[in-house]
Ligand binder design. Structure first.
Ligand SMILES: [Zn+2]
Length: 179
């Protein structure tokens, strides 16, 4: 049995059918290929395909210290591989504590996560993922062009102005009924 990482919340693992996919909040970067915007996993160079699931791969470079595991299918235990999603509260916490380079265009949204899914605290790592809903802040240069291109994923794409983006990420700053 592979050992769990020494730090962090206990992980639970289950197999989830596509029909029962976990829906998690997350961020994407935007990558342009031949001028066409596509979703990209932040901190990695993985482009999310359209009309087919993103299949997680394990690069084996982020294994928890002290863990020696053989090649495995993501999401591995004692590893960091798998496609990430989290709770809305978790996303807000991540954004408030993580430095995103200004050049990192961030699309906010939800992804469907299925296959083998590992749940750790407020986040999930899954073998398969596909966008469920995308929010493109007008903070991004060329936001409307990006949103137009992202419709290739055939899921709802919304453009959020600056105030709505702030409100979405800081809902307690807005009393109920004011937006
Ligand atoms: Zn792995």
């Amino acid at each position: 049995m592979p050992r769990r990482p020494q730090a962090g919340p206990a992980a639970t693992r289950r197999r989830v059918a596509y029909e029962n996919a976990v829906v998690g909040w997350r961020l994407w970067g935007v990558s342009r290929t031949d001028g066409v915007a596509r979703l990209r996993s932040p901190f990695r160079d993985t482009i999310w395909p359209t009309d087919q699931p993103l299949v997680a791969t394990c690069l084996g470079t982020n294994r928890a210290l002290g863990t020696r595991s053989a090649a495995h299918d993501p999401p591995g235990e004692g590893c960091r591989c798998g496609v990430y999603g989290g709770t809305y509260r978790g996303l807000r916490s991540f954004l408030s504590t993580t430095f995103l380079p200004p050049a990192e265009s961030a699309v906010i949204g939800r992804a469907r996560l299925w296959g083998d899914v590992v749940e750790e605290g407020t986040s999930w790592r899954a073998a398969y993922a596909y966008p469920d809903r995308l929010l493109v802040p007008t903070l991004l240069t060329d936001a409307f062009h990006i949103a137009d291109d992202l419709e290739a994923y055939h899921v709802p794409v919304l453009v959020l102005n600056v105030a709505d983006t702030f409100a979405a990420l800081n809902p307690t700053a807005y009393p109920p009924g004011t937006w």
